[in-house]
Every structure is written in structure tokens, then in C-alpha cells.
Write a protein of this length. Structure first.
Length: 133
């Protein structure tokens, strides 16, 4: 399987480390391409990923570059079986925009990772009986 992973953050945090571990763990079962911003804080991260994946970097942080970036990502998406959007707050709006741009091209998985205290998570009443207390 060929997977395109899109990381929209401009700095390395837990969501990006998740991508690094995911790509490393599944490198023998899946061929990965990781698209990420060419931000200064992402250079070393991209270099680490290159041992397990093809890395493509572009200007994710310039608003005027987004239309051409969406075209490039759609072209990349057509070469892959699945798209994994890995967003984190406050970049999730960019991830959502990518999801809309790419969802009709290939199956798309959107993951938003952020710090939320467990007590702040509201659980639908129908799930309360099956969740641990």
C-alpha cells in the first residue's frame, strides 16, 4: 500500500512524533510519502523521516501559496492508495481544507491531535454504559 501523510504543523510536537513512529513501524508494509512544511523547525524532522519515507516539503505557511500547494497535493494523492492528514491545533483548519481538497481523490483519514483534559470530553449518552469509569 502507498500512503501519503500530510503534516501541517510548523513545529515538531507530539502529533509529529506520532507520524514518525507510525511511518517507522509500518515501513515494511507500506510505502510512505510525507508532505510537510518547509519551516525551519521542521528540517531536522524531515531528515529523520527520510530513512523510512519519501519526504516532500513546501510552503504550507504562506496563504498565497495554498492554491498551488493544493494542486501539488492532489497530484501526489493520485499516486497513493490512502491519504492520512495529521493535523494539530491550531493548524487543524489547514488540515480540514486539505481534507476537502483531497477526499474525492482517494480515501482520506483525518487525525486531529491536541491536548484536551479528559474531564472536558463529553461522551454521548449512548456510549456511557460501555466506557470505563
Amino acid at each position: 500500500m502507498k500512503a501519503l501523510v500530510i503534516v501541517s504543523a510548523l513545529d515538531v510536537g507530539g502529533a509529529e512524533l506520532y507520524v514518525e513512529r507510525l511511518v517507522g513501524a509500518l515501513k515494511d508494509q507500506c510505502e510512505f510519502t510525507v508532505a510537510l512544511p518547509n519551516a525551519p523547525n521542521m528540517i531536522e524532522f524531515g531528515q529523520r523521516l527520510r530513512s523510512h519515507a519519501r519526504v516532500v516539503s513546501d510552503a504550507f505557511d504562506r496563504f498565497n501559496a495554498l492554491p498551488s500547494l493544493a494542486i501539488k497535493l492532489r497530484s501526489l494523492a493520485r499516486q497513493h492508495d490512502v491519504i492520512h492528514l495529521n493535523s494539530n491545533h491550531p493548524c487543524s483548519r489547514l488540515g480540514i481544507a486539505f481534507a476537502f481538497a483531497l477526499a474525492r481523490v482517494r480515501p482520506t483519514v483525518c487525525v486531529e491531535q491536541r491536548v484536551t483534559p479528559v474531564g472536558d470530553i463529553s461522551v454521548p449518552r449512548g456510549l456511557e454504559p460501555v466506557l470505563p469509569v
